[in-house]
Design a protein around this ligand. Structure first.
Ligand code: ADP
Ligand code: MG
Ligand code: MG
Length: 884
């Protein structure tokens, strides 16, 4: 026989799988001897079977009847009986807390025959009829599916008995049936309604957002009703209901926090129908209940070793505990509570680390708006890069640069951004786009720079030509209008909202601690560093970013892109190189680029002295460095010059229909003579310069987009020759390991061969994801991703969180076969995933040596790498459980 029903006294807090969180915790409180109204729990399994088959499991009815009979016997009252009737609450509660997302029905069992009995037993006629009225309303809405507004009665009557008649009519009219008077029928149908609420729209949406699996189902808790609405707490015999927290869930401070609502039933507090008073008031109103509550709070904190939140009700001076759970909290409170519990010797540093997450740390690093409760956003978009910024609207990069140079704060607004917008993005406080998702160009680049970004704000119409932004309310904002952008919430506001500085950001930047929060963050990070196995490197292309990464704790640069070094004024030289008609012309262009690149590398190697700097040879297609084809064609048509004509020919010759899969990466090195030589020489000469200056340069050369070992061999030969030449000329040994990115499925699948020619591997998980899925990120995000997310094909974008099953499998194969060829082969990852909490756990498990991410994600990556190490010891929580 399958067991579908457990009395509260039979369960415990480790049974959340079976009893749901609420049921498990009710059982735990019962076992601890706290005053819990008695009851029993129907298991999540019963719900799963009901949802799968459309019918309850066969034994369920009998088991519920039996549990009910025992309950009635124990308390000596009968469900819906004529005198002193027993009433029940029928409460949802799944394994993971989904507050308010499913249904709960109160006062079940009441009917025409039992109302007088309830009135008599309580001595309160009004209360009895009001309870019946509440039941009709809740039951009508949740069990019978009647639209809630049909129960809105703005009318003149306050008389609950009249309302009862009214609501019975509403039910009859809406469903063609009478409200069921049989208490057992009420109960069974209420249980079914709770089962069904697992698949309600609210619940499904919440699960998707919180990454809660869809197939868990909810338990149903059936519990004796107690009444907080039996008169106000005027005397010690008063009633009321409230919520309490054992610590402040906003700041983490110790103390008793909560709200109390005299003369009310539980859901009145949650619904915020009436004004509650601070919990401390209860001490004055009913000191006995207050003291008991505080004592129970202590018991619960001791038992759960964490912040608990609590629902309670006082019925005529008797305190009842209705719910508890480990409470949700802000990021700040999470760090403060975890470290406070260490100080109180309740948990150790390992456990403290499992209780916070990288996403929470990231949220604390950036300035925030003080409060914008009172300003309605102009529009919503994707919260792509956290923080808060205020500035004047500008519509192109040049204007952003111009105004910023004058000292103005600006917000760069574009439909979407391209590499050409980079100077404007650097100059702006924030970037706002109307298209694209979390991994669009704007989002990735902004996150890399630690710049606030909201993207994909589709409600906004951006007209770059007219230089206006039109809001959904049809307000037209001109260039220069001041707006506020909240990259944490993904909202855009008119005017300048007040900014609050981030102490954690300041601490990470300067090492200066200035209070309990920064102390807590600092201790947690130190502990993470002491337990993690994974190294944490940064993706950085400039000395400034490199220095910042180092301050944030990066132990090297895992990806130094060289393409930015071909932009700006250097474009002319790149054009000259591409247009060169003979070897002499090309050489001249390359020779002119060489010292510029060398100086870039020298600066970065200086900033990262003593730490590895992995420099990637040029990766994007060269035509990205040429002018736009259409613009050029217009220019040639209107004011033809020889140079433009030649450029246009080159652009047309180099035009590709799939540039992502075209002439880029290592392929460039194989077909553009002199390119690899120039880059390797610049690196080698920078190393020499640093050595001569007494530094400790650790440059590594990384070849992108390799698909076969032959490509790597050819580049390697050239690189080794140049390294030897520079060494000879300088009279020094320049040693640079030469490795490859693994970012094509073929590279992963032939990693054993590729390792023969590679000193290290670094996974480029962005391209690996694109090529494994056969899709282009920019195109997919703008077109079908939203539909895929909505239909649940992805829970999250595979560009944000590594797809373990597919792309992850390629990673595992490459690690295994690479190390089979070369034991101890150094392997890292430098795609965006290197900074994603869940993906970091995967990289740890897969045996990578390090992750590399943008400097601003380094602190969170250190934290997650520490947590991953603990999770492996079987002590930690999975990343998902703490990823808010
Ligand atoms: P949720 O999960 O949305 O919080 P609950 O099952 O906790 O839903 O119930 C909603 C409200 O009803 C809560 O305020 C709770 O305290 C109250 N409630 C639930 N069961 C009882 C009961 N047996 N007696 C009195 N109030 C109850
Ligand atoms: Mg509740
Ligand atoms: Mg790549």
């Amino acid at each position: 026989m399958t067991r579908y029903v457990y009395a509260f006294a039979e369960g415990g807090r480790d049974m959340a799988d079976v009893l749901g969180g609420k049921g498990a915790n009710l059982a735990e409180m019962t076992r601890l001897g706290l005053p819990v109204p008695p009851g029993f729990t129907v298991t999540t399994r019963a719900c799963r079977e009901y949802l799968a088959t459309g019918a309850e499991p066969e034994e369920l009815g009998a088991q519920v009847a039996q549990a009910l009979a025992e309950l009635e016997h124990r308390i000596g009252r009968e469900l819906g009986g004529r005198d002193n009737p027993l009433l029940l609450s029928v409460r949802s509660g799944s394994k993971f807390s989904m507050p308010g997302m499913m249904e709960t029905i109160l006062d079940v069992g009441l009917g025409d025959e039992s109302v007088p009995g309830l009135a008599k037993a309580t001595g309160d006629e009004h209360f009895a009829w009001d309870s019946y009225r509440r039941l009709l309303q809740m039951y009508g809405r949740t069990v019978l599916g009647i639209a809630p507004e049909l129960f809105d009665r703005p009318g003149p009557t306050d008389d609950p008995a009249e309302l009862v008649e009214d609501f019975k009519t509403v039910i009859r009219d809406a469903t063609g049936e009478e409200f069921p008077q049989d208490p057992a029928e009420q109960l069974h149908r209420a249980i079914r309604a709770v089962f069904r609420s697992w698949n309600g729209e609210r619940a499904r949406l919440y699960r998707r957002r919180e990454n809660i699996p869809d197939d868990l189902g909810t338990a149903v808790n059936i519990q004796v009703m107690v009444f907080g609405n039996l008169g106000p707490t005027a005397t010690s015999r008063g009633s009321g209901t409230g919520v309490a927290f054992t610590r402040d869930p906003a700041t983490g401070a110790r103390g008793v926090y909560g709200d109390y609502l005299p003369d009310a039933q539980g859901e009145d507090v949650v619904a915020g129908i009436r004004n509650a008073v601070p919990l401390a008031e209860l001490d004055r109103l009913d000191p006995t209940s207050y003291r008991q509550l505080v004592a129970h709070m202590g018991t619960l904190e001791h038992q759960y070793r964490d912040l608990c939140d609590i629902e309670f009700t006082v019925e005529r001076g008797t305190l009842w505990m209705l719910q508890t759970r480990v409470g949700k909290r802000t990021a700040e409170a999470a760090f403060r509570i975890a470290e406070a519990l260490v100080d109180e010797k309740v948990i150790d540093e390992d456990e403290a680390l499992t209780r916070v997450g990288g996403a929470q740390l990231a949220r604390l690093m950036f300035p925030r708006f003080e409060a914008h409760a009172d300003t309605k956003p102009l529009a919503h978009g994707v919260p792509a890069s956290p923080g808060a910024a205020v500035g004047a609207l500008v519509f192109d990069s040049a204007e952003a640069v111009r105004r910023a140079a004058k000292g103005d704060k600006v917000i760069l607004v574009r439909r979407e951004t391209t590499p050409d917008d980079l100077p404007g993005m650097v100059a702006a406080e924030a970037v706002l786009t109307s298209r694209g998702g979390k991994t669009s160009h704007a989002a990735v680049v902004a996150r890399g720079m630690g710049k606030v970004c909201v993207c994909g704000a589709e409600e906004l119409t951006v007209d770059v030509r007219a230089r206006t932004l039109t809001t959904p309310a049809q307000a037209v904002l001109a260039e220069g209008t001041v707006i506020s952008v909240d990259g944490t919430a993904g909202t855009v506001h008119l005017g300048a909202l007040p900014l609050a500085d981030s102490p954690v950001g300041r601490f990470l930047d300067t090492g200066k601690r200035d209070g309990v929060l920064t102390d807590a963050v600092s201790r947690t990070l130190q502990h993470a560093d002491s337990v993690r196995r994974l190294g944490v490197h940064a993706n950085a292309d400039t000395p400034k970013d490199a220095a910042r990464a180092r301050r944030y704790g990066a132990e090297g640069i895992g990806l130094c892109r060289t393409e930015h070094m071909f932009l700006g004024e250097r474009r002319g030289l790149v054009e000259a190189m591409i247009l060169a008609e003979d070897e002499t012309g090309r050489r001249a262009a390359l020779d002119a680029l060489l010292p510029l690149q060398r100086d870039d590398f020298t600066g970065i190697l200086a900033a990262m002295d003593g730490l590895p700097v992995t420099i990637r040879l040029i990766d994007p297609p060269l035509n990205e460095f040429l002018p736009d084809r259409t613009e050029l064609a217009v220019r040639v048509a209107t004011h033809p010059t020889t140079r433009d004509r030649r450029l246009l020919t080159a652009v047309e010759r180099m035009h590709e229909s799939n540039p992502m899969l075209g002439l880029r990466g290592v392929r460039l090195g194989l077909v553009v003579p002199g390119l690899v030589e120039m880059q390797v020489r610049a690196i080698a000469e920078a190393v020499v310069e640093r050595l001569r200056a007494g530094g400790d340069p650790q440059a590594e050369i990384m070849v992108p987009l390799v698909g076969t070992v032959e490509e790597l061999r050819i580049v390697r030969e050239t690189a080794e020759r140049v390294l030897a030449e520079v060494s000879d000329a300088a009279g020094l040994t320049v040693h640079c390991p030469i490795g490859t990115m693994i970012e094509l499925p073929r590279a992963a699948l032939t990693a054993g061969r590729i390792a023969e020619a590679a000193d290290f591997f670094s996974f480029g998980t962005n391209d690996l994801t694109q090529t494994a899925w056969g899709l282009s990120r920019d195109d997919a995000e703008a077109s079908f991703f939203p539909a895929y997310l909505a239909q649940g094909v992805f829970a999250t974008s595979p560009f944000e969180t590594l797809d373990r099953d597919g792309v992850g499998r390629l990673v595992r194969i490459a690690v295994e076969e690479g190390r089979a060829t070369k034991p101890g082969l150094k392997i890292g990852v430098c795609g965006e995933h290197g900074g994603d909490p869940d993906s970091i756990h995967f990289f740890h498990d897969t045996g990578l040596d390090y992750v590399s991410c943008s400097p601003f994600r380094v602190p969170a990556a250190r934290l997650e790498a520490g947590r991953a190490a603990l999770a492996n010891r079987g002590e930690g929580t999975s990343a998902a459980a703490w990823t808010p």
